[in-house]
Design a protein around this ligand. Structure first.
Ligand code: 5GP
Ligand code: MN
Length: 326
């Protein structure tokens, strides 16, 4: 099994905590992606099989493309809670580098032990137990070892982990290694159908999401001196197309196909902030850029927000910095 001695120790510790407690809350970062959601749904199934009470609560809903995964309809969102407290013995936080990235969820929970499982650089170790492994493709790849240790792996759980790995590696285009593939091999042995999963995840776009992509591409910008391409999604574009933030994943994927770029970025207008999503091409490091603006992520995919700014002023600030460092 491709897991180091230290990792094995922390996996055992996490499994012992799971065995000892009854009530679990699972959560991930705001705007949950395939990795965070995949882990939550895998654990929903694992913990239920072990006879535990388990809730998933996220800041907002995940993309509908994941609705084929077992347990998707059980995911709750923060807006469903109006001040009532949730009593969880243990809260497991997936794919989240810092406590504030979870959003409002932790304000619902009373006394709880926190297990933090993540693969981001700069994780703040905010949990009571922290398992952070920056070399892993996804948190799903890490959680596979917990399922194995608890002897719980089944086809449904394997599908969830496969979605984590598939989406966090950009369909095996980046951020994976031989260990990732050995986990994938184990998932295939359980009988998952990768073709069906890819079809569900990638050939299932809503008209709204595709209309959003259309707007994004019509407004595509390119700066040859900085070797970057970008586009802006305004609030009014989301309103007009009826697309959600989650739908902009498609825009990010498409941006990454622009020729002659070292990195690309998407700018989204939110209520009180301008959100930047950066993706590198080749070995360009976008994490360092995001960190300059108080954000973070991975070398190849990172993000940050500029609060209380207009789109133009945020872009101006961003380009000023890019020109300074080039
Ligand atoms: P995305 O652009 O998809 O929101 O995020 C890309 C990567 O950067 C993810 O791994 C995400 O966790 C990280 N990231 C995005 N925004 C922020 C941020 O504001 N702060 C930190 N620390 N990480 C971020
Ligand atoms: Mn991840």
């Amino acid at each position: 099994m491709p897991i180091s001695g230290n990792d094995r120790k922390v996996v055992t510790k996490i499994c012992n905590i799971i065995k000892k407690h009854k009530n679990f809350l699972l959560t991930t970062h705001q705007v949950p992606d395939g990795d965070g959601l995949g882990c939550e749904l895998a654990f929903l199934r694992i913990l239920k099989r072990l006879g535990k009470n388990v809730f998933i609560i996220n800041e907002v809903a995940s993309s509908q493309v994941y609705s084929f995964l077992p347990g998707y309809s059980e995911v709750q969102v923060a807006a469903m809670y109006k001040g009532e407290k949730i009593n969880a013995d243990v809260t497991i936080v997936f794919d989240c580098s810092a406590k504030q990235r979870i959003g409002r969820i932790l304000s619902f929970v009373g006394e709880t032990k926190i297990i933090n499982i993540d693969h981001h650089y700069g994780n703040t170790f905010f949990g009571d137990i922290n398992w952070v492994s920056e070399t892993r493709s996804s948190v799903g790849e890490m959680c596979f070892f917990i399922a194995k240790h608890l002897d719980c792996l089944d086809k449904g759980i394997a599908e969830c982990f496969y979605v984590s790995i598939l989406t966090d590696t950009g369909s095996f285009k980046h951020n994976f290694n031989v260990e990732t593939i050995s986990v994938v091999a184990e998932l295939l042995k359980v009988g998952i159908d990768p073709e069906k999963i890819a079809d569900n995840v990638y050939h299932n776009n809503s008209i709204a999401a595709l209309n959003l992509l259309g707007h994004a591409l019509v407004n595509l910008q390119y700066a040859p001196d900085l070797r970057t391409a970008w586009t802006v999604l305004r609030k009014c574009t989301f309103e007009k197309t009826k697309a959600t933030e989650q739908d902009s994943e498609l825009v990010i994927d498409m941006l990454q196909t622009v020729e002659k770029t070292d990195f690309v970025f998407l700018v989204r207008e939110r209520n009180n902030e301008i959100k930047f999503s950066l993706r590198s091409r080749k070995s360009f490091n976008v994490r360092k850029i995001a960190e300059h603006f108080g954000g973070g992520g991975h070398d190849s995919a990172s993000g940050f927000s500029i609060k209380n700014a207009s789109i133009n002023s945020a872009l101006e600030k961003f380009f000023r910095y890019l020109k300074e460092r080039s």
